[in-house]
Design a protein around this ligand. Structure first.
Ligand code: ATP
Ligand code: MG
Length: 428
């Protein structure tokens, strides 16, 4: 036998028994976007490598060790997108979308990061992302948070997620803080974990995010970013908090919340859950006023967020496990080859007449017993069947699969009307 080829580690098939869940999430998201006046943008999965290096930052986990980077046949360095913001900004600049306009955009699709696969962390995963441009006020930050809060309500997840917010301030303020943080951490240099030692001068703010217990203990007494905020950021953050208070959104200010990408300034936020182990961040976002100019455009304020859809689906499963849905309303079966044309035709007439009803025709026939087993498994309420005797009499047999009711013989000419009446009854 030939050896079998399997999927790449960390890149999962999403199988039919969970696609219903994905479709539910996608349709709620799509509806939410439409009702808020956001437009969809579809972007390539592959971009030139320098885009991510410039946008995300050279000294970040993503760029240092998580990117899928390769040369194409002409020797150009390409990267499978690890996130959507960089590509979205690139597209906006390329097509002038931010020129005299303030677009509010969303996208959804696969992202790729070479990470250690575990629950809630994969090498191909999916994000739903929102990016807004041209708005510098805290009302824009607040709208994004309100929108995500509404999403949790619509999905029944409000009780299992909490909001954390922080302000990173502007570049200059961050530089002053960075100097203070480095001076403090220098005293404990050798006690820091390896990554943090390496980052001490290249990207010290990332140390705040370290999960190493010894490093965390040292950080407990470290200077706090909040104390170094510039006046503009402080006011912006206060306005944001005021808007969230006014709209009844509860949040925790977490002064050590930083993000793993360099482009953020001012607001950062995360929606976190304790229901998924250590992969607890379901949604993460913030303001990135400097990125558009960093990628060669005119300075344009921007703010956005991204949701990890696998984590969202896992969370939904944890909160409300899904029972498999019925796949049929009516199950149509032919007993014997001679009855196939009549029953296929009948299934077609039912589809013509019964709008959204799910009419499943059992291809391949089989014994009465095996066909009934399939009919039962399909979840259908009605089964229609025909053998040679019924064919000769111009009738078919209607069986009730979920109710204790006697089966009926129905004239072929009346079947569509009879079934329609039953299905319409169902809707009321
Ligand atoms: P984490 O701290 O969990 O590594 P991150 O800060 O790297 O997350 P972002 O780059 O902000 O994550 O991406 C936004 C969201 O995408 C995350 O909050 C998470 O829900 C999801 N996400 C990120 N990486 C993965 C992954 N490898 N597998 C599944 N989901 C992911
Ligand atoms: Mg990460």
């Amino acid at each position: 036998m030939m050896s079998r080829i399997n999927a790449i580690r960390g890149m999962n098939d999403i199988l039919p028994d969970s696609t219903a869940r994905w479709q539910q999430v996608e349709s709620v998201l799509r509806g939410l976007m439409q009702r808020h006046g956001y437009q969809e943008i579809r972007l390539p999965v592959v971009e030139p490598t320098p885009l991510f290096k410039r946008a995300i930052g050279e000294v970040t986990d993503i760029v240092e060790k998580e990117m899928y980077t390769f040369e194409d046949r002409s020797g150009e360095s390409l990267t499978l997108r690890p996130e959507g913001t960089a590509g979205c900004v690139r597209a906006c600049l390329e097509h002038g979308l931010t020129h005299n306009q303030s677009p509010k955009l969303w996208y959804a699709g696969p992202m790729f990061r070479y990470e250690r696969p575990q629950k809630g962390r994969y090498r191909q995963f999916h994000q739903f992302g929102v990016e807004t441009f041209g708005q510098s006020g805290a009302d824009m930050d607040a709208e994004l948070i309100l929108l995500s809060a509404r999403l949790w309500r619509e999905l029944g997840l409000s009780d299992v997620v909490t909001l954390e917010i922080n302000s990173l301030g502007e570049l200059e303020a961050r530089a002053a803080y960075r100097a203070a943080l480095v001076a403090y951490l220098e005293q404990f240099r050798t006690q820091l974990d390896d990554d943090s030692q390496r980052r001490l001068h290249s990207n010290p703010l990332r140390i705040l995010d370290s999960k190493d217990p010894a490093t965390r203990a040292i950080l407990a007494n470290a200077p706090v970013l909040t104390d170094y905020l510039d006046e503009g950021s402080r006011q912006h953050f206060q306005r944001l908090c005021g808007l969230l208070d006014a709209c009844g959104i509860s949040y925790r200010v977490n002064p050590s919340l930083v993000r793993g990408l360099d482009y953020y300034n001012k607001t950062v936020f995360e929606w976190v859950t304790t229901a998924l182990g250590s992969q607890g961040t379901v949604c993460a976002g913030g303001r990135y006023d400097g990125l558009v100019s960093q990628l060669g455009g005119q300075a344009t304020p921007a703010v956005g967020f991204a949701i990890g859809l696998e984590r969202l689906v896992l969370l939904l499963e944890a909160v409300a496990p899904q029972t498999p849905a019925a796949e049929a309303d009516v199950f149509v079966m032919a007993l014997g080859d001679a009855t196939v044309p009549a029953m296929m035709q009948l299934a077609e007439s039912l589809r013509d007449a019964c709008g959204g009803a799910r009419i499943v025709y059992n291809c391949g026939g089989g014994s009465i017993k095996s066909q009934f087993r399939k009919a039962d498994k399909s979840g259908a309420r009605l089964a229609l069947m025909m053998g040679d005797e019924e064919l000769a009499a111009g009738v078919c047999t209607l069986k009730w699969l979920r109710e204790a009711r006697d089966q009926q013989r129905v004239a072929l000419t009346d079947v569509v009307a009879t079934v329609s009446a039953v299905l319409n009854d169902n809707e009321e």
